[in-house]
Design a protein around this ligand. Structure first.
Ligand code: SAM
Length: 455
C-alpha cells in the first residue's frame, strides 16, 4: 500500500493500541502509523517523522481528545524525564497493553494463532520498585545536580528531586550526594565539551535486606576528600559499601573496575529465601519483589521433582539456578560476565548449595563442553538479553533435546521468533506462557514460557 502520509505532514490520528517499544498505534485506512507520545484511546494531532513502505512514524504534538485511560502522572519530572514513559496511562491499561504485545508477537512472529497465554502478572508495587538506579551529574546555576537524561536526549540531564521509581531512602541518599558535591565545589562532567569531573552515581539497594551500595563515577584525578565523602554517606546507616570508579573515556558507562572506599566489597539481597551478593556491576533483576514472582513462575514451569539435571543458561549471578537447586539433582550455569560468575559461585557457597556449578562463557560456544561435563539436561532454563537466543545458541539449545525448556524473556519479539524455530526445527511445543510486569511506566515486559518436546 502506498503511504497515505508525507514526511513532516500534520495529521489527526485515533490511537487504538500500544506497540511493543511504547509507541501508540493508529491506522489511516489500514496504513499503520506509530505515534510517539500517543496513548490508546487518544485522538491526537501528530507530525509525521518517518515514512516507510509499510508504515509511518509520527510524534503527537497535541492531544485533541484525551483517552479515558489517561491519569494524572504523580511525578513532577514527568514527562521531561526519560525514566518513565507511561505514568499518565492508567496502570490497568498499561498491563493490558503489555499482555496484548506478548500475544501479538506470538501470533504474528511466532506463527501461533491461539497462543497458550495466561493472564499477565501485574507489578505488586507500580511505584518505588527499583533496587538500582544510575544517576548522571549535570551542572546547574546552583552547582552540580543529579538526575536522568531527558527523554530522547543523550546530552541533557534533568535534575531530579524525587524519583518515583526508587525509595525515600534512595532519594535521600542521592540528594545528600548532590549537596556534598556542591559543598565541595566540584563540577559535573560535561558530555559535549568533555570537561568537568563528576559523572555518575550508582545506588543499589537490597530491598529485602535494607543494605545499600553506592558507587561514585568521576573523570580522572582525585579531586575529592575520600573521608568526607564516606562520612556523608555513612550518615545513612543502611549504606554498607562505598565504591569509586574512574571513567576517562568518552563513553557514558558505569560498568567499570572500582576502588572500595569503605565498608563491604558487596551488599546482599534476599530472593525467595536465598541470599545474593551484589557487587557494583553484577547483574541483578532491578525489581526485587517481581523478580521473586518471575523466578517462582520459572520454578513452577520447570516442574522439578528432584532428579533433574538443569542447565541455567545466561545465568547472571545464578539467581534462577540457585532458586531451583533444592528441587533438582544438579544445576549447571553459563554466563558471559566473569564478575557475575564469581558472584554465582559465591552465592552458591553463601547459601550452602553444593549441587550447582557455574562457568564463564558464551552460551553458543559453551553448550557442547557443558554436556561433556554434566551430561544431557532434562530441563534448560534460558534468560537471554533482548536479542534472544540468536544463531548458534538457539541451534545448540534446541539440539540439547531437553524435555522442558523454560524461556525467561525480556523481549516478546525475539521470544516469539525463537519459539517458532524451536517448534519448527526441534520438535517443541509452547505449552504455557505468562507475561510479567517488572517495570511499570516503561515499555518493558518480561515473559516466562514453557516449551516441551513432543517429537
Ligand atoms: C537477562 S540477564 C539474566 C540473568 C539472570 N538469569 C538473572 O535473572 O539475574 C542476561 C544475562 O546474560 C548474560 N549474557 C549476555 N550474552 C551472553 C552470552 N552470549 N553468553 C552467556 N551469557 C550472556 C548477561 O551478562 C546477563 O547476565
Amino acid at each position: 500500500m502506498a503511504a497515505p502520509v508525507k514526511l513532516h505532514e500534520e495529521i489527526e490520528l485515533q490511537v487504538d493500541s500500544l506497540a511493543y517499544g511504547g509507541n501508540g498505534v493508529a491506522r489511516l485506512n489500514g496504513f499503520v502509523v506509530f505515534v510517539r507520545r500517543g496513548l490508546p484511546g487518544d485522538r491526537v494531532r501528530a507530525r509525521v517523522t518517518k515514512v516507510k513502505r509499510g508504515f509511518a512514524e509520527a510524534l503527537a504534538t497535541e492531544v485533541l481528545e484525551p483517552s479515558a485511560q489517561r491519569v494524572e502522572a504523580p511525578c513532577a519530572h514527568y514527562p521531561a524525564c526519560g525514566g518513565c514513559r507511561f505514568q499518565d496511562l492508567d496502570y490497568t491499561a498499561q498491563v493490558a497493553a503489555k499482555e496484548a504485545q506478548v500475544r501479538d508477537s506470538l501470533v504474528r512472529i511466532g506463527g501461533l494463532p491461539d497462543p497458550p497465554l495466561e493472564p499477565i502478572l501485574p507489578a505488586a508495587s507500580p511505584f518505588f520498585y527499583r533496587n538500582k538506579l544510575e544517576y548522571s551529574f549535570t551542572q546547574t546555576p546552583s552547582g552540580p545536580a543529579l538526575g536522568f537524561h531527558k527523554a530522547g536526549r543523550w546530552d541533557e540531564v534533568l535534575e531530579v528531586e524525587k524519583c518515583w521509581l526508587t525509595t525515600d531512602l534512595g532519594n535521600a541518599i542521592r540528594n545528600a550526594v548532590r549537596d556534598w558535591a556542591r559543598e565541595e565545589g566540584l563540577v559535573a562532567y560535561d558530555q559535549a565539551e568533555h570537561t568537568g569531573y563528576l559523572r555518575h552515581l550508582v545506588l543499589r539497594e537490597g530491598r529485602n535486606t535494607g543494605q545499600v551500595l553506592a558507587m561514585l563515577v568521576t573523570h580522572k584525578g582525585e579531586k575529592f576528600e575520600r573521608d568526607y565523602f564516606v562520612e556523608v554517606l555513612r550518615r545513612f546507616p543502611e549504606v554498607r559499601s562505598i565504591h569509586w570508579a574512574i571513567n576517562d573515556t568518552l563513553s557514558e558507562v558505569t560498568n567499570l573496575p572500582s576502588t572500595l572506599l569503605w565498608g563491604e566489597e558487596a551488599i546482599e539481597e534476599e530472593l525467595l529465601g536465598l541470599r545474593f551478593r551484589i557487587r557494583p556491576n553484577a547483574f541483578l533483576q532491578t525489581n526485587t519483589e517481581m523478580a521473586e514472582q518471575l523466578y517462582a513462575l520459572a520454578i513452577e514451569y520447570a516442574g522439578l521433582t528432584g532428579s533433574e539435571t538443569v542447565f541455567d543458561l545466561y545465568c547472571g549471578t545464578g539467581t534462577i539456578g540457585l532458586a531451583m537447586a533444592k528441587d533438582a539433582l544438579s544445576v549447571w550455569g553459563v554466563e558471559i560476565s566473569e564478575e557475575s560468575v564469581a558472584c554465582a559461585l559465591e552465592n552458591a557457597d553463601l547459601n550452602e548449595i553444593s549441587n550447582a556449578a557455574f562457568f564463564a562463557g558464551n552460551v553458543g560456544q559453551s553448550i557442547e563442553e557443558l554436556v561433556e561435563r554434566a551430561g544431557s539436561p532434562d530441563v534448560v532454563v534460558v534468560d537471554p538479553p533482548r536479542a534472544g537466543l540468536a544463531g548458534k545458541a538457539l541451534k545448540r539449545t534446541g539440539a540439547l533435546a531437553a524435555s522442558r525448556i523454560v524461556y525467561v524473556s525480556c523481549n516478546p519479539t525475539t521470544l516469539a521468533s525463537d519459539v517458532k524455530i524451536l517448534r519448527q526445527e526441534h520438535g517443541y511445543e509452547l505449552i504455557r506462557a505468562r507475561a510479567v510486569d517488572m517495570f511499570p511506566h516503561t515499555p518493558h515486559v518480561e515473559t516466562v514460557a514453557l516449551l516441551t518436546q513432543v517429537a
